[in-house]
Design a protein around this ligand. Sequence first.
Ligand SMILES: [Ca+2]
Ligand SMILES: [Ca+2]
Ligand SMILES: [Ca+2]
Length: 210
Amino acid sequence: MKRALILFITFFSAQAVLLFGCPSAEILINEVMADPASDWDGNGEYYYRDDEWIEIINSGDSSVDISGYLLCDDSFPIDWRYGFSGIIGPGEVRVVYGSDSRLWEQSEGFPSYGLSLNNGGDSVFLYRVLGSDTVLVDSVVYENYIADDDRSLGRKCDDPSVWELFDAYNRCEDCEPVSGNNCVPTPGDINNCLTDTEESSWGMVKSIFR
Ligand SMILES: [Ca+2]
Ligand SMILES: [Ca+2]
Ligand SMILES: [Ca+2]
């Protein structure tokens, strides 16, 4: 009788975990380029507004519907800059360029400013609309030296709690507290560290097989 009871409790506990266990999905801001000096959105021309970008990552182990996740910078009252849609798988990233942001703003009837990331320092906020609540999911603050030509601020690939400056295109030798890693920025890709030379070689390989 006692053994049957233990088996029943064990079985029920397993079912409870299956039924009520919370997947550890976690959407985070992963990389930000506030002061682009190149054509990052790939439309053939440089524009300081359209070539800014913000990347998010699903750091959890299950897919997440990111409808209702919204981006804004440091503004009061809040000016929404982009609203996500679709599904993001575990470990996957999603990048939003200033040009995407402006199209979204236009579609929503908002003024078309793009991501509006100040080069003198700013904050990026990721919110989620949950019913009648709007919940802050993640945020990051950056200073003036981080927002300099073609430098991105990104989470370290193997330690997401650490932020680094991806500064291969514009070295920041003695920067503090966020130090440069001499890696190229990685919009739309996980924050692997590639040097400028490695990135060029990889770009050539991709162009051959494209
Ligand atoms: Ca900017
Ligand atoms: Ca561009
Ligand atoms: Ca990246």
